[in-house]
Design a protein around this ligand. Structure first.
Ligand SMILES: [Zn+2]
Length: 191
């Protein structure tokens, strides 16, 4: 399948693509919707959705579990380079926290994706780099530099940190025996 009009990332494994939809941002009929299934070992099937506008470059992606799941908090202590390849499913509604380091909050711009621990750390690092390069407060810049060093050390297995993912929709997970799972109440706090 794949009609070639959508980015290569979804061109494999039977993505369904609908083109010519109305874009919510620029209101032109230049939006492509894609949907595809992915089987995640030791987890189950997830559906990946994406909206991409060729007119204004609007892009939104999200992921949803095929089976309904309970609101949950997943946490894991990352303590070695082997942990970098642990699969992570993060929906657009999830909050990713690295206690004492950084948060990725859900919001209009928050995408859902399937990645691994290293992918999460790279995204956090990118956020911190924006602070390092733009913040006018010297203390904030110093803190950002220190955090980037810490993340880099973790990626190489030379330091430890904790990743916490809260998802009130239950569509996120850290897929590892090392991960700790807690139920979340409907208001989004750990039970
Ligand atoms: Zn658009």
């Amino acid at each position: 399948m794949g009609r070639g009009s959508v980015e290569g990332a979804v061109a494999d494994s039977g993505a369904e693509v609908v083109t010519g939809e109305i874009c919510p941002v620029c209101s032109q009929k230049t939006l492509a919707l894609t949907e595809r299934e992915q089987e995640i070992p030791f987890f189950g099937k997830v559906l990946l959705f994406a909206m991409t506008c060729s007119g204004c470059n609007f892009h939104k992606a999200d992921v949803e579990c095929a089976e309904e799941r309970e609101p949950a908090r997943y946490s894991i202590e990352v303590s070695g380079s082997d942990d970098m390849s642990i699969r992570v499913v993060k929906s657009g509604q999830a909050t990713v926290k690295i206690p004492y380091v950084a948060d990725i909050e859900p919001g209009e711009a928050s995408n859902g994706y399937v990645t691994n621990v290293e992918g999460i750390l790279q995204r956090v690092k990118h956020q911190v780099e924006v602070i390092r390069d733009n913040d006018e407060d010297a203390a904030a810049v110093d803190k950002a530099k220190a955090l980037i060093k810490k993340i880099n050390r973790c990626v190489f297995g030379e330091d430890k940190l904790k990743i916490v993912i809260d998802d009130p929709t239950g569509n996120s997970a850290i897929i590892s025996d090392k991960a700790v799972v807690q139920k979340l109440a409907a208001h989004g706090r750990a039970a």
